[in-house]
Write a protein that binds this ligand. Structure first.
Ligand SMILES: Nc1ncnc2c1ncn2[C@@H]1O[C@H](COP(=O)(O)OP(=O)(O)OP(=O)(O)O)[C@@H](O)[C@H]1O
Ligand SMILES: O=P(O)(O)OC[C@H]1O[C@H](OP(=O)(O)OP(=O)(O)O)[C@H](O)[C@@H]1O
Length: 311
């Protein structure tokens, strides 16, 4: 995988001093930042599913990876973004929302798609005029100051930003008129009587690198292998392995309706009575695929989970 191709150029002012890569490190290890907080569980599971085990020290902040070539720390995602930008960490997991909010130039290595959220503007319907935000001045509470300023400017609102430090949904009506915040299930917005008016961006947990972290050939190979392992798990989660038997006469008709990654694998059954066919099919299409296999004469259908897929 060519990780340099997946760059995430971001223009505009930077808020954080740009240090050199690998500042304070000269041991050839890849300095990895793992997220603390709500992204942690899914990322640690992703690593485990990729066969990468973590051993925690007593404080739990400097786990050792079973995969060679890494030194790891657990940090809050917002700090990870800053450290990747400064170059004191080589690669790390963070939300795309905070990379955009901090307006830093990082290389996106992988979008895990995990913990997806939407950054939205929400208000109570009483505040709206004909279902829209008013033309007159109003206040927006948010943790995402820069994203919100950009959204206000693009939409041409006359709005002032009120910086929140969490619990943003409770600001209206007294302390703000609307909010810009992240939402996953929508439960917190609903509980606070807020309706989504606009979407500022979507976000998920992604793996980023300092722009120059890949210049060292050894580190680059280590990182590319790491990305390949994680990607193989993410790809495997989207598919299941379907195996079934089919008689010689029905073989071509069944194979025509079974999607596969390249060609399905076939093995002759004992006694020349037909074939066992195996194919990694998209998980979302499974119910339909089972129906089609049965309709066309397939029998003895077995479905397996797949741990990893490496092309
Ligand atoms: N359900 C969710 N709610 C909030 N943030 C989420 C959710 N799912 C993913 N995220 C992402 O998690 C990141 C913030 O992680 P963090 O652990 O700091 O969350 P937090 O709840 O704001 O933490 P804290 O309350 O300790 O400040 C952001 O990139 C955000 O988009
Ligand atoms: O759409 P939902 O599933 O309800 O999740 C989104 C909410 O969860 C987070 O809050 P958190 O609990 O982290 O508290 P915070 O506001 O202090 O960050 C986030 O800031 C939203 O408020």
């Amino acid at each position: 995988m060519d990780v340099s191709a997946a760059s995430l150029p971001v223009s505009g002012p930077r808020t954080i001093a740009d240090g050199g890569p690998h500042a304070g490190h000269a041991n050839g290890l890849v300095h990895l930042a793992l997220p603390k907080g709500r992204m942690q569980e899914n990322i640690l599971k992703l690593l485990r599913d990729a066969g990468i085990n973590l051993t925690f020290d007593r404080r739990g902040y400097r786990p050792r990876l079973s995969l060679e070539g890494f030194e790891a720390k657990i940090l809050k995602p917002q700090n990870i973004v800053e450290m990747l930008h400064a170059g004191s960490r080589d690669i790390g997991f963070a939300g795309a929302d905070w990379v955009a909010e901090k307006e830093v130039e990082l290389v996106q290595l992988l979008d895990t798609g995990l913990d997806p959220v939407r950054i939205v503007c929400a208000a109570s319907t009483e505040f709206l005029e004909n279902g829209r935000l008013p033309k007159r001045p109003f206040r927006v509470a948010t943790e995402y100051e820069r994203l919100t300023h950009g959204w206000i400017e693009r939409a041409g609102y006359d709005a002032r930003v009120v910086r929140s430090y969490g619990a943003t949904e409770v600001f209206p009506p007294e302390d703000a008129d609307c909010i810009v915040d992240n939402t996953a299930t929508g439960a917190t917005l609903k509980a606070n009587g807020l309706t989504i008016i606009d979407e500022v961006m979507t976000s998920s947990t992604r793996l980023y690198a300092h722009p120059r972290a890949m210049e060292d050939a050894v580190k680059r190979r280590t990182v590319e292998h790491f990305v390949l392992l994680l990607q193989s798990v993410l790809d495997a989660r989207k598919r299941v392995m379907v195996e079934f038997n089919v008689g010689r006469a029905d073989l071509e008709s069944v194979i025509a309706v079974v999607p596969c990654m390249r060609e399905p694998t076939m093995a002759p059954l004992h006694g020349d009575i037909g074939f066992a066919v195996k194919s990694a099919v998209p998980r979302a299409e499974l119910p339909d695929i089972i129906r089609r296999i049965k309709e066309r004469g397939g029998t003895d259908i077995v479905v397996f989970e797949i741990a990893q897929i490496v092309a």
